[in-house]
Design a binder for this molecule. Structure first.
Ligand code: HEM
Length: 190
């Protein structure tokens, strides 16, 4: 099954990104630090979303409109008093020119709802946000696992052969790698 292969073949890149992020999360001590984290996610996922929506719609993913969108991060940033930054573009993003490449990138975005729950818990504990600014990282709340399973099922049905699977897997890995580059770039600029 494609989703099982994806998990296996992106494992290493997930671990590298998770490690870098957790180190950063632990060092966040105030609201401004958290706003910077949200801005970093907004820039990258915002750029990705723009490319993905050119190839994925509700024909391909029936509950697409119900899914967590980048506007959630913009709302969180504003709720905390920050300013919404520009979105990533060009070489900062993976190549997304087909629905298969878009699905690889969407796998990374949708999968991030699983780790997002951990991030929102950490931020709530460290900063006492009283629920403000946490809509993005809360994912789909109690429905997160269910939404993840539905996504995987729809994605699996799109890959018709090993060649198409390979395109999705390569796009997912590139999406993880470019996220790491984006994260480092934002850290250096801060
Ligand atoms: C603090 C940072 C993070 C932590 C602690 C974390 C943790 C996790 C955990 C616990 C899972 C579930 C594993 C399972 O149930 O099998 C998961 C899955 C996943 N995470 Fe993360 N994550 C983090 C950041 C991210 C980010 C930033 C992304 C995307 C850019 C991401 C993408 C994914 C994907 C795609 C999966 C699904 C793997 C699969 O089952 O196919 N994660 N993560």
């Amino acid at each position: 099954m494609l989703s099982e292969k994806l998990k296996e073949e992106t494992k290493q890149n997930h671990q590298i990104l998770e490690k870098a992020l957790v180190g950063n999360l632990k060092s966040i001590r105030n609201k401004d630090g958290y706003i910077n984290l949200l801005k970093m996610f907004y820039g990258y996922f915002g750029g990705l979303e723009k490319s993905i929506e050119q190839h994925v719609d509700s024909n391909l993913l029936p509950d697409n409109d119900e899914r967590r969108k980048i506007a959630f991060i913009a709302n969180d940033i504003e709720a905390l008093g920050g300013q919404v930054p520009a979105k990533a573009e060009g070489n900062d993003l993976p190549r997304i020119e087909t629905h298969l490449e878009a699905l690889g990138a969407l796998y990374v975005i949708e999968g991030s709802t699983l780790g997002g729950k951990i991030i929102s818990k950490m931020m709530e504990q460290q900063l006492g946000l009283n629920g403000i600014g946490l809509s993005f990282f809360s994912g789909y709340g109690d429905r997160t696992e269910e939404m993840w399973n539905i996504f995987k099922e729809k994605m699996d049905a799109q890959a018709e052969n090993p060649e198409q699977e390979a395109v999705i897997i390569a796009a997912a890995n590139e999406t993880f790698l470019k996220f790491g580059d984006w994260f480092n770039k934002q850290q250096a600029a801060a």
